[in-house]
Write a protein that binds this ligand. Structure first.
Ligand SMILES: NC(=O)C1=CN([C@@H]2O[C@H](COP(=O)(O)OP(=O)(O)OC[C@H]3O[C@@H](n4cnc5c(N)ncnc54)[C@H](OP(=O)(O)O)[C@@H]3O)[C@@H](O)[C@H]2O)C=CC1
Ligand SMILES: CC(C)(CO)C(=O)C(=O)O
Length: 323
């Protein structure tokens, strides 16, 4: 049964129905919400003809949702789950308008700290929710998504200027929280500290994605190798220093939090989406991760030698994987 605030159905478009988008969109559709997938290529063909099959550590499922490559054909929705890779953000954002009412929202679940500003420039800051997600999920084959780990957790909040106060939580956010709470295999939490939440994840992903991709080793090997573990920590420290220089205020210490969390969970075999893309010849988000951290550090005169080194090590492979 659908479970919006009063049993109502949310209208949701998933822009970029890949590993992340199809997983969460599929979970919400499974709960009865009106979900449309925006995808392309063979994956779109399979979604249209066979529906979506999800092989998940939280339970396999199949759903049949409308799927298109034309956002204008979707109609207006309450919420767009924005899940394209960061290098596709600007192109995809340009066609959001047809799906949005004045009170609709666009929730980015992407990695990186640049996406929300790109979205805000196009649709207005008041319609953007910044978000992060913790999951390992990929397109295994056209129409098939494989969720291999991670808690399936989303943290999001109304986007706003980094120097300004957090706006009141929109009513639509409550509807979405209710929808997520009722859905299987996922969990969502709202934050009034959206910038800290985005940079907290950015610090983790620059270390986890950077080191798993650069070494081609899983977390357990990195954690067991003193020199590599020191670099993992150093990357996080440098990214947090850039965040501080940009005016982001944390009510916690991201470095201690992540080093403790990552070593205490069952994480030894885990890599990252960047490692997956590198090893599968797919275009990499390096520019939105370490590239962005280096650019922002330069603008703020922050020294980030470890992030620069990881960026430099991965750059040839990222260039080779460009289409
Ligand atoms: N995968 C994971 O486990 C995690 C990923 N993330 C982040 O989530 C974001 C999404 O990653 P992920 O789900 O892995 O990416 P995927 O590549 O699996 O999914 C994105 C999908 O969007 C499609 N797409 C892009 N642009 C368009 C467009 N204009 N019209 C229609 N379809 C489009 C892509 O098609 P095509 O392949 O043809 O380009 C692809 O199928 C990234 O920022 C990533 O860093 C965060 C946490 C975990
Ligand atoms: C943090 C991590 C590694 C898993 O959620 C991730 O975001 C990714 O693989 O892109």
């Amino acid at each position: 049964m659908p479970s919006g605030p009063d049993g109502s159905v949310m209208e949701i478009a998933v822009y970029g129905a890949g590993g992340v988008g199809a997983y969460y969109g599929g979970r919400l559709a499974q709960q009865g919400h009106d979900v449309t997938f925006i995808a392309r290529g063979e994956h779109l063909d399979a979604l249209r003809t066979e529906g979506l099959a999800v092989e998940s550590v939280a339970g396999d499922f199949e759903v049949d949702c409308p799927a298109t490559d034309d956002p204008a054909a979707v109609g207006e929705v309450d919420l767009v789950l924005f899940c394209v890779k960061s290098y596709d953000t600007a192109d995809a954002a340009a066609s959001l308008d047809a799906m949005l009412r004045p009170d609709s929202a666009v929730l980015s679940l992407q990695n990186g700290v640049d996406n929300e500003d790109v979205l805000a420039d196009v649709v207005g800051t008041e319609r953007v929710w910044g978000g992060v997600t913790y999951i390992f999920s990929t397109i295994a084959s056209p129409g098939v998504v494989e969720h291999t780990g991670g808690p399936g957790r989303v943290i999001f909040g109304q986007y706003h200027d980094v120097d300004g106060p957090a706006p009141d939580r929109p009513a639509l956010a409550d509807d979405f929280l209710d929808a997520c709470e009722a859905a299987a295999g996922m969990r969502a939490d709202y934050t009034d500290s959206v910038h800290a939440t985005l940079w907290d994840k950015f610090a983790l992903i620059c270390a986890q994605a950077g080191l798993t991709a650069a070494t081609r080793q899983p977390f357990g090997v990195i954690n067991d190798t003193d020199e590599t573990w020191a670099l993992y920590r150093r990357v996080m420290e440098e990214v947090v220093a850039v965040a501080h220089a940009e005016g982001v205020r944390f009510e916690w210490d991201p470095v201690t939090k992540w080093l403790d969390a990552m070593t205490s969970m069952d994480n030894d075999e885990n890599y990252s989406s960047l490692h997956y893309d590198l090893t599968h010849g797919k275009r990499m988000e390096l520019d939105a991760l370490h590239g962005s951290a280096v650019r922002r550090a330069r603008e703020r005169n922050v020294d980030v030698p470890a992030v620069e080194a990881v960026n430099a090590i991965l750059r040839p492979q990222a260039d080779a994987n460009e289409p």
